[in-house]
Design a protein around this ligand. Structure first.
Ligand SMILES: Cc1cc2nc3c(=O)[nH]c(=O)nc-3n(C[C@H](O)[C@H](O)[C@H](O)COP(=O)(O)OP(=O)(O)OC[C@H]3O[C@@H](n4cnc5c(N)ncnc54)[C@H](O)[C@@H]3O)c2cc1C
Length: 439
């Protein structure tokens, strides 16, 4: 008998729900990871920083497993084909353990793998690990999903306190996977891990945000989180995205240190459940009637937005930060998204796709949620007539131009471009287009 534990977006040994259950069963457990060509082949940038990040994490995981006398088996290919091979070559496998992934592609992939396993009489055990509450755990009294954040959050908090494990909420309890490390399958055979180059990638020059966050940042999060020049947010997005940290551990810490920070983690669950209940938000507006908005498309303007050359310094600083680091501050994400969808009146899907290509922390649920919020067509959206004025946003959130000067070296010189569109004119054009669509 043998278990397989399949790592996906939960790339850590400690406090890993699926791994814990696999090891606790007492049956030898082989950990695996698949570099998925369905995903990798679609990436245009062969130095994609997310691939470098995952590759580094996979090497680290293998190093940690080696310390327990085990190893990580790493595959490269199309997951269903990889699974066919694994099953063909290893008749001892009786169970597969993994943590649930809620994106449409992942659900479809997992269903196909499940069919394969079932045909071989291999059991599939899946666990909640990526969120605090899944799709159906926080619902309205009538059993329907919440589509507005505030009542969702109220119910989320109620549920959190409804079940206790000692002093702690039951839902924050960690899974001491490593305690059962003796169940890890012993290393056998070679342990070559495919290189980035063999997969057609090379190392990105982008550096990754620390996995450790100073307590002070979380404590002062409520006061500092809106100012992009300040290091006032955790920058843990990429670690939440790939599960190099545990959401339970971070939520526990947030509960002690900052309600505002905890609230952001609730937003993460909120968008995850929206995607699960309404998978159409992956490509369509949550509010159908917004599909009628007549978007413009002007290539030179879209390029100016992507390159950070719109002549609106808050927008440009944000886009340059994104292009150079794979990160953009949340306040600035809202400003650049509003600018693209409202000032330039371009389809939110264009911006969403650009972010998906560039953000280290790209997450389908939160990205679609954020973009639809900005465009006014989402669940809890900013009303369409709320159009951020990038200049007043700068006065409020970067009044000394510290953030702007950091990212726009030529700002204040003749080399910096004139605004590509007049604010007042763009505002009126936007209001007219939205009004017509919603009439
Ligand atoms: C247009 C737009 C696109 C976005 N795209 C993404 C995305 O692809 N991936 C992503 O994780 N977040 C996205 N966000 C939400 C938010 O901007 C980022 O989570 C945050 O800026 C990441 O920085 P941080 O790790 O320092 O966050 P912190 O402010 O330190 O927050 C901690 C964590 O809470 C979660 N979080 C915070 N704010 C939100 C939010 N509004 N919605 C959902 N989760 C949140 C994230 O996991 C974040 O890492 C987007 C927001 C907008 C307006």
């Amino acid at each position: 008998m043998k278990n397989i534990f399949w790592f996906r977006r939960d790339l850590r040994l400690q406090d890993n729900a699926g791994l814990y259950h696999a090891l606790r069963s007492g049956i030898p457990t082989q950990c695996i990871f698949i570099f998925d060509t369905n995903i990798l082949d679609k990436l245009n940038d062969r130095t994609d920083a997310r691939v470098s990040f995952i590759h580094q994490v996979v090497l680290n995981l293998n190093g940690q497993l080696k310390e327990y006398g085990s190893q990580l088996k790493v595959y490269y290919g199309e997951p269903v084909a990889v699974w066919k091979n694994i099953l063909k070559n290893d008749p001892d496998i009786t169970s597969v353990y993994t943590n649930r992934d809620y994106e449409t592609y992942a659900l479809d992939r997992d269903e196909k793998v499940y069919q394969l396993l079932a045909a071989r009489d291999v059991k599939l055990h899946t666990y909640k690990d990526h969120v605090i509450f899944e799709k159906d755990e926080v619902l309205k009294k009538d059993g329907t999903p919440y589509t507005v954040f505030t009542p969702y959050k109220k119910k989320w908090i109620e549920k959190l306190h409804s079940k206790k494990a000692g002093q702690l909420s039951y839902y924050f309890k960690s899974y001491p996977s490593v305690k059962y490390s003796s169940s890890l399958a012993k290393k056998n055979g070679g342990n070559e891990i495919i290189s980035l180059e063999t997969m057609g990638f090379s190392q990105s020059s982008i550096s990754f945000p620390d996995i450790e966050v100073k307590q002070k940042i979380i404590k002062e999060y409520g006061e500092k989180r809106n100012f992009p020049a300040v290091h006032g947010t955790s920058r843990l997005g990429i670690h939440f995205r790939f599960g190099t940290i545990s959401i339970r551990e971070k939520a526990r810490r947030a509960e002690q240190l900052s309600d505002v920070y905890l609230s952001e983690l609730v937003w993460r669950d909120f968008y995850s459940q929206i995607l699960s209940h309404f998978p159409k938000v992956e490509t369509s507006a949550f509010r159908d009637k917004y599909e009628k908005v007549k978007w413009r498309y002007e290539e030179s303007e879209f390029h100016a937005w992507c390159q950070g050359k719109t002549g609106y310094p808050m927008v440009d600083a944000g886009m340059r930060e994104l292009n150079e680091t794979g990160y953009m501050h949340n306040r600035v994400r809202m400003i650049v998204a509003s600018f693209l969808t409202k000032h330039l009146l371009m389809d939110w899907r264009l911006g969403e796709a650009y972010f998906a290509e560039k953000l280290l922390d790209f997450d389908l649920a939160s990205n679609s949620g954020g973009w639809q919020w900005a465009a006014g067509c989402g669940t809890d959206a900013a009303p369409y007539f709320r159009i951020f004025n990038p200049t007043s946003q700068q006065v409020k959130f970067d009044k000394d131009f510290v953030y702007i000067k950091r990212w726009i070296k030529e700002w204040g010189t003749a080399d910096y471009p004139e605004p590509i569109v007049d604010h007042k004119y763009a505002r009126e054009r936007c209001l007219k287009a939205y009004k017509e669509a919603l009439a």
